[in-house]
Design a protein around this ligand. Structure first.
Ligand code: NDP
Length: 287
């Protein structure tokens, strides 16, 4: 058996096309306009610059107006908070994205909390987290990476209901919200992390395995249940400078039933869900 490769790029283009139709519908209403996304980048971290460029291109494809704010690496927290305040009050801005990581003099928690919950299209604000946990789909925004993972699982043709799902990682932006979304989809969910002692015994039970540990190629074929859907969230450069994920694709591909590639899996879907959230924000603001 060889795993079916789930094409995240093609799925992302479908999500973006749907977003474009909604964005055009908003623009053609009386008093309407296109959705607006403000992208804030502090410093020149090379990976962040690539992510911001990819997000800007996706906005163009989806008919979303994106405006970039590039600030120097020595920007103070106060200066960044002042910019966010300005964007919070700008009626043309539906969504605000502050690219992480931030330089060390800036506290990311303070920045995330300063974004108006109405414009929190990354879904990192505690109001969005609370809305997800309490099942309030009318409030807040779902974090983009786990929301994209749910669409990739759906595209694999597997319904999580009644299945065993295992999430590796418990971060606020991926692992924890992922577990809640899988629970909402009626899977039986286990979250494992760096203190888990019998990791492989648990991952081998998973019908759906989401790998978000941030450890290059740590998930090997002998940790995977035959036929499982394996979603690789990690992004790294291997020893040859090639992009790779948390999954050792070579040993997992012969075992899994379906597998996301790196690149071309979760990455493009994360951006597509950001666009989806931005259009949703504009729909709410124009309602
Ligand atoms: P974090 O570093 O915040 O969290 C990693 C989690 O994995 C932690 O909960 C940690 O456990 C756990 N972990 C670390 N090592 C192990 C291990 N050996 N065994 C089991 N669990 C382990 O990372 P993020 O959640 O932010 O991101 C995870 C990965 O996904 C990264 O590679 C990141 O680059 C990538 N990413 C990709 C995105 C995309 O668009 N494709 C978007 C966001 C992230 P503990 O809590 O105990 O420390």
């Amino acid at each position: 058996m060889t795993a079916r490769i789930i094409d995240g790029k093609a799925l992302a283009r479908e999500v973006e096309a749907q977003a474009r139709a909604r964005s055009e519908a908003l623009a053609s209403r009386p008093g309407g306009r296109r959705p607006g996304l403000a992208v804030v980048l502090v410093g020149e971290d090379p990976a962040s610059c690539v992510y911001v460029k990819n997000k800007t291109r996706a906005c163009e494809r989806a008919g979303v107006i994106s405006t970039e704010y590039r600030l120097p690496a020595d920007t103070t927290e106060k200066e960044l908070l002042e910019l966010i305040e300005k964007l919070n009050n700008d009626p043309a801005v539906d969504g605000i994205l502050v690219q992480l990581p931030l330089p060390k003099q800036i506290n990311p928690d303070a920045v995330i909390l300063s974004i108006s919950p109405e414009k929190d299209v990354d879904g990192f604000h505690m109001l969005s987290a609370g809305a997800l946990l309490t099942g309030r789909r009318d409030r807040g925004y779902r974090p983009c990476t786990p929301a994209g993972v749910m669409k990739l699982i759906e595209a694999s043709g597997v319904n999580p209901e009644g299945l065993e799902a295992v999430v590796i990682g418990r971060s606020n932006i991926v692992g924890k919200p992922q577990a809640v979304m899988l629970l909402d989809a009626h899977a039986t969910v286990t979250v494992v992390h760096s203190r888990t002692t019998n990791l492989a015994d648990i991952t081998r039970r998973a019908d759906i395995l989401v790998c978000a540990a941030g450890r290059p190629k740590m998930v090997k074929g002998d940790m995977v249940k035959p036929g499982a859907v394996v979603i690789d969230v990690g992004i790294h450069r291997d020893e040859n400078g090639k992009l790779c994920g948390d999954v050792d694709q070579a040993s997992v591909e012969p075992v899994a039933g379906a597998l996301t590639p790196v690149p071309g899996g979760v990455g493009p879907m994360t951006i597509a869900m950001l666009i989806d959230n931005t259009v949703l924000a504009a729909e709410r603001h124009l309602a």
